[in-house]
Ligand binder design. Structure first.
Ligand code: EZ4
Ligand code: CO
Length: 404
């Protein structure tokens, strides 16, 4: 079997997605996700200009060797664009391999370790009361784990609490630029414990509660927040600090028993290995699109398993339904699964990405069809061309960029 053609498609059925289709000379094909929110075209160029030409004629079943070839062969190892390109190809190759084997992907990863995959879903709002209502409404649908976020009073809604996510503003000179929002740590820090006091009161102890800081604190501020949240027994505190400096987690760990999660922006095992081997975190949030595909996250979670660190794949809408499918296959197979983030997708997205995986009352199933089970409707995708869009940028109240 040989790789005959590689197609790269950027489409926007409500959000931008970079999708790859690897076609073999025997007609079997695989698809993969290389979406990097705000940089979708860069991954497409990387794949079209540098990856696709090199892979034509290769044996698509040499999944590990092709991963190593792309990773080491680039000379410039790691980085979000390179790793998203490798991730997309890797997912497509695992899809092909599992289709050839006639098995759902999870069977090639060791088979099932569990019957179902627990998710967490998102509740947010401008006021604490609105968030409490949201949490209760989600609980009603059978969900057992819920992330709660609230806006800072007196400031415009921040990322993750209102509509600011993924907005782009049109500047005077006609360029589309990221929306800018305002951040104030001293207003945020006392607010979050108040939010969780109310939420915990409303839902009781059966529901797992989570919170995402989106990398906006220093280690000592995060330590303070962790201590303040301890009475509410959160499942985790996510992305408490930016983690380029992994040592920062040592400071948080010295002060609080609050479980910690990090890793949605990580793209390799080297971003996580200090955090894992020093047991500075409890959940690794790497996802198949950004950390090297199925091959990449399997290596990270296998390392994590021996250090009591669990998996928690990133799963917002900008991780495409293809990557979500791959994540679910890994989730169901590994022994140290923790939880799966699940933002679900719009109907328009589900029309373009046909999924064998399914969601029901707080749990996901990978589906039983050969491959990873997600297919891509190319002709429908062509009706939704790329639309320039960005994640928001945060500035302090005095207009400065943040210190983190
Ligand atoms: O910031 O998907 O945990 N989930 C998140 C998401 C991410 C965006 C980045 O593209 O933090 O909202
Ligand atoms: Co997050």
């Amino acid at each position: 079997m040989k790789i005959k053609e590689i197609k790269v498609i950027v489409c926007s059925p409500g959000r931008n997605f970079t999708t790859v289709k690897v076609i073999t000379d025997e007609g079997v094909y695989g698809i993969g996700d290389g979406t990097v929110n705000g940089r979708e075209l860069s991954v497409a160029s990387y794949l079209e200009d540098h990856v696709a030409p090199a892979l034509i004629g290769m044996d698509p079943l040499r999944t590990e060797d092709i991963w190593q070839y792309l990773y080491k062969g680039a000379y410039w190892r790691r980085g979000p664009i390179t790793m998203a390109a490798i991730s997309a190809i890797d997912m497509a190759l695992w899809d092909i391999k599992a289709k050839v084997a006639g098995l759902p992907l999870y069977q090639l990863l060791g088979g099932r370790s569990r019957d179902k995959v627990m998710v967490y879903r998102h509740a947010s709002g401008l006021e604490i009361s609105e968030v409490v209502e949201g949490v209760l409404a989600i609980k009603e649908t059978g969900v057992e784990a819920i992330r709660a976020q609230v806006a800072i009073p007196g400031l415009p809604p921040i990322y993750g609490t209102g509509d600011s996510t993924d907005t782009a503003a049109l500047k005077g000179r006609g360029a589309i630029v990221p929306h800018e929002e305002v951040w104030a740590t001293h207003k945020y820090l006392p607010l979050v414990p108040k939010l969780f006091e109310k939420v915990r009161d409303a839902v009781g102890c059966d529901v797992h509660l989570l919170h995402d800081v989106h990398h906006r604190l220093t280690p000592i501020e995060a330590a303070r927040l962790g201590k303040d949240l301890e009475p509410y027994r959160l499942f985790w505190l996510e992305d408490a600090i930016p983690a380029e400096l992994q040592e920062g987690f040592r400071i948080i760990r010295q002060h609080t028993t609050q479980p910690l999660a990090v890793g949605e922006v990580f793209n390799s095992i080297y971003d996580t290995h200090t955090l894992i081997t020093e047991q500075l975190i409890d959940y690794a949030r790497v996802t198949s699109t950004h950390a090297g595909g199925v091959t990449g996250i399997k290596k990270i979670f296998d390392l994590a398993a021996i250090y009591h660190v669990k998996s928690a794949c990133h799963g917002p809408q900008d991780v495409s339904p293809i990557a979500m499918g791959c994540n679910i296959h890994v989730d169901v197979a590994i022994p140290n699964f923790g939880i799966q983030e699940f933002a679900s997708y719009t109907e328009q997205m589900f029309d373009v990405f046909k999924c064998a995986w399914s969601y029901d009352r707080g749990y996901l199933q990978p589906g039983e069809v050969p491959g990873h089970g997600v297919d891509f409707d190319e002709s429908l995708a062509a009706k939704y061309p790329y639309k320039q869009a960005y994640l928001p940028i945060a500035r302090l109240e005095d207009g400065a960029m943040t210190s983190w």
